[in-house]
Design a protein around this ligand. Structure first.
Ligand SMILES: [Zn+2]
Length: 182
């Protein structure tokens, strides 16, 4: 439940000690890792999605500070600073550094990360069911003023079933939920 956003960063040296490779799930790029607690829960979510007829694929999981630095530099050189900051975190400010966050994609969006994923059957399934496994959509539609980020229907963060369900039922963002705890 550590707040990682435009204001709060993780130390550049922070790397979770219990990262494990994602071996049993489909990924678009090799060598994806998550924290030991989260990897099996992601398995459960993907299995449930599959049973409901949706093939979800992991695009990106843990990213180190250095990896995030190069990701952001790439987007800034491609899109310019303003647009890059809407969709890509500065190093230290990415939830992916927590090791509890994953981006999911599917064939219907060409295995890309794009907003239309939210309108696809698998994107809708994820929005309605992620909380049952303890995940939240960190950057929902229409919440950019709160989260600082454009809609990311593919980006889910594990916070545990109890908290994820509370956030889902209240219809608020993780950001807003964390504020109510402070
Ligand atoms: Zn993400």
């Amino acid at each position: 439940m550590y707040p990682v956003n435009k204001q709060n960063a993780l130390p550049s040296s922070y790397v979770p000690e219990d990262l494990v490779p994602l071996t049993s799930v489909r990924t678009t790029t090799a060598n994806q890792r998550l924290r030991r607690l989260v990897a099996p829960v992601l398995d459960q979510l993907l299995t449930a999605a599959k049973a409901a007829g949706h093939d979800l694929v992991v695009s990106s999981a843990f990213r180190s500070y250095a990896e995030q630095e190069s990701v952001h530099a790439y987007w800034e050189s491609t899109l310019g600073k303003v647009q890059a900051d809407r969709q890509s975190a500065l190093a230290g400010h990415s939830e992916h550094q927590l090791g509890t966050v994953v981006d999911l994609t599917s064939a219907s969006v060409g295995f890309q990360l794009e907003e239309s994923f939210g309108d696809k059957p698998e994107g809708r399934w994820l929005r309605e069911n992620a909380h049952r496994f303890g995940f939240v959509i960190s950057y929902p539609a229409g919440k950019e003023a709160v989260t600082g980020y454009a809609y990311e229907p593919w980006h889910i963060r594990y916070v545990g079933v109890e908290q994820a369900t509370a956030i889902y039922q209240k219809g608020i963002t993780l950001e807003e939920y964390l504020r109510t705890l402070r």
